[in-house]
Design a protein around this ligand. Structure first.
Ligand code: ADP
Ligand code: MG
Length: 580
């Protein structure tokens, strides 16, 4: 070498100052787009990525299983309109996260699943790498979009693309594949900085066509028995004031879908929840706002829907229109813009629904509410869903800011109808798939994003899917109070094995009797409560919420309370000739 001292190449240390790598670029690109939290679970090859995120001021919440990290990211996306980020290792970690990604896509929640992956050359030739899997192609059918970044200089554009795909139009889950070798690729730091992309207007307004708005207004105005149906798309849109003004100015009765509860307070005079079957059957024009006519609405047809009706449907996704039944007046655009456009067309001449319709609804509501009040007032021993939920309802009424997570079969059905919500985007539940397993993931996500307490109301079976995450709740000292309706089993725990020949075999619906889930919480330093009466429930829940610390209430209810499959009994195929 002939270089003089002055011309000596930069030392390794000097080189490092001017260089960056894939690890840094991923974190820089996320931060550049105001993403401040990652939910995940570390391992090869992403442990250092998580460490770096923390070092760079991001919040990393580490889970015990990727599905729950993914669910936390998904609910964070729903609450904020920013994609929630879930970070996992390759193959099995990725697949665990994929369940959550698919659920997010199904529910229209924006999230990005970022997974490390093994060496492409080996994976593609199927030569048997550590955790070998073609993750990109596995993710595609379950995601709104799926991308892989192969070069460090593409990290900026790759992350921008993932963010835009997740939140624009109909939101959904995006998969982003990061091969291990990408993370250690180096490039000039200045060039790296310039390669970052800040997404401009990631959730653009989409203004509806004026003629579509007029068509909808004409149909609504001509209705005798109009009804508004609010879905979780309406809650997601954060157009709360416009939606409330539309409901109140038109005077039309409305029904909230489960996660739209609280968009208007459940005690609003125009809520028709307590007369649900009646209004669905009797309405002649139904205005769907961010709600799909899927199984949750009996596909818009059949007995539930009674006589003929016409639909107005407001949705951002044009292909949602006519998915199940013909839609007379589609209004395509973002809910805020669409509802504002409808509002602008409602003047002093707008005729409110006739008194016959509103009085008939009020009568049904009164009757059903009186009946429900009588059921809730009973105090059976052992306590049942109703008496326990009466206690929970009364405590939650004093704290409308609290987030409620809810899953189970009967625990879901009863809580939805008994526990009122008063603020938007405070109820997170089984959603579009009607699944179990979202409980602790959604609770952690909601607590982290809102900084407010969470009360998770869980069936004992539902809790089992994510129960280990109580350690995560304790580790981060999150204000999550989990209430478990413990009836010793799936649906209920008292079914004997019906076949005498198999009487020594455990029934397929049974759990260990008298399980003490409260001790599980205590094992990690949280507070456990064991309650058997509504009075104990009131005391425990009040105390736990006030403490703002991890707590679990094991609520022992009547083993015989609860119906098989809850209210979805019709979805369970009937046994045929083979009874035994
Ligand atoms: P629910 O289960 O409460 O009935 P769904 O998930 O079935 O609600 O429906 C939500 C609908 O809202 C989806 O069709 C989705 O395309 C739509 N949507 C989501 N966000 C927006 C938005 N910002 N503007 C308009 N429509 C939206
Ligand atoms: Mg149970």
């Amino acid at each position: 070498m002939s270089a003089t001292l002055e011309q000596a190449p930069a030392t390794a240390a000097e080189d490092a100052v001017n260089m960056t790598d894939g690890f840094h670029l991923v974190i820089d690109a996320l931060k550049h787009n105001d993403i401040d939290t990652i939910f995940g679970l570390v391992g090869i090859p992403i442990t250092d990525l998580a460490r770096l995120a923390q070092a760079e001021g991001m919040r990393f919440i580490g889970f015990r299983h990727e599905q729950h990290a993914g669910n936390a990211a998904a609910i964070a996306g729903y609450m904020t309109q920013k994609p929630g980020i879930c970070l996992t290792v390759s193959a099995p970690g990725f697949l665990n996260g994929l369940t959550a990604l698919a659920n997010a896509t199904t529910n229209c929640f924006p999230m990005i699943l970022i997974s490390g992956s093994s060496e492409r050359e080996i994976v593609d030739l199927q030569q048997g790498d550590y955790e070998e899997m073609d993750q990109l192609n596995a993710a595609k059918p379950y995601a709104k979009a799926a991308y892989r970044i192969n070069k460090a200089e593409d990290i900026g554009i790759g992350i921008a693309r993932a963010i835009r795909a997740a939140v624009s139009g109909r939101p959904g889950g995006v998969y982003l594949d990061l091969p291990a070798q990408l993370l250690s690729q180096t490039m000039d730091a200045e060039r790296g900085r310039k390669s970052l992309v800040r997404v401009v207007d990631p959730v653009p307004r989409q203004i509806p066509a004026p003629e579509a708005v007029q068509r909808a207004l004409d149909l609504i105005q001509g209705a005798k028995r109009p009804l508004i149906l609010l879905g979780k798309g309406a809650a997601y849109a954060q157009a709360d004031a416009a939606i409330r003004a539309f409901v109140e100015k038109t005077g039309i009765p409305y029904l909230p879908m489960s996660m739209a509860k609280g968009l208007l307070p459940d005690n609003h005079a125009q809520s028709a929840s307590a007369a649900r079957s009646y209004v669905l059957a009797e309405a002649d024009v139904v205005v769907l706002i961010g709600a799909r006519l899927n199984w949750l609405l009996s596909h818009g047809k059949g007995k539930t829907w009674g006589g003929p009706k016409q639909f107005v449907q407001i949705d951002i996704a044009p292909t949602e229109i006519d998915s199940n039944v013909a839609i007379a007046a589609p209004v395509i655009g973002d809910i805020g813009s669409c509802v504002s456009a409808l509002l602008a067309g409602i003047d002093a001449n707008f005729g409110k629904p006739g008194i016959e319709w509103t009085r008939a609804i009020a009568e049904r509501k009164d009757k059903n509410l009186t009946k429900m009040a009588a059921t809730l007032a009973q105090d059976p021993s052992p306590m049942n869903y109703h008496s326990a939920l009466r206690a929970i309802r009364d405590v939650l009424k004093t704290r409308p800011d609290i987030n409620v997570v809810n899953e189970g079969a009967n625990a879901l059905d009863f809580t939805r109808s008994i526990v009122d919500m008063y603020q938007p985007r405070k109820r997170f539940d089984s959603g579009t798939w009607g699944i179990m397993g979202i409980g602790m993931g959604y609770s952690i996500g909601a607590a982290v994003v809102s900084g407010l307490p969470v009360v998770a109301i869980e069936g004992d079976s539902a809790f089992g899917f994510s129960g280990m995450e109580v350690e995560t709740i304790c580790r981060y000292q999150l204000p999550v109070v989990t209430v478990i309706f413990n009836n010793n089993g799936v649906y209920k725990g008292c079914d004997p094995n019906l076949n005498p020949r198999l009487k020594n075999d455990v029934a397929v619906t049974a759990f260990v009797k008298g399980a003490r889930y409260d001790k599980m919480m205590e094992a990690f330093g949280g507070t456990g409560y064991h309650v058997t009466t509504p009075a104990q429930m009131t005391k425990a829940l009040t105390e736990a919420i006030a403490a703002g610390k991890p707590a679990l209430i094991n609520a022992v209810i009547d083993e015989a309370a609860g119906a098989e499959s809850g209210r979805l009994i019709n979805l369970n195929p009937k046994k045929g000739a083979l009874k035994k």
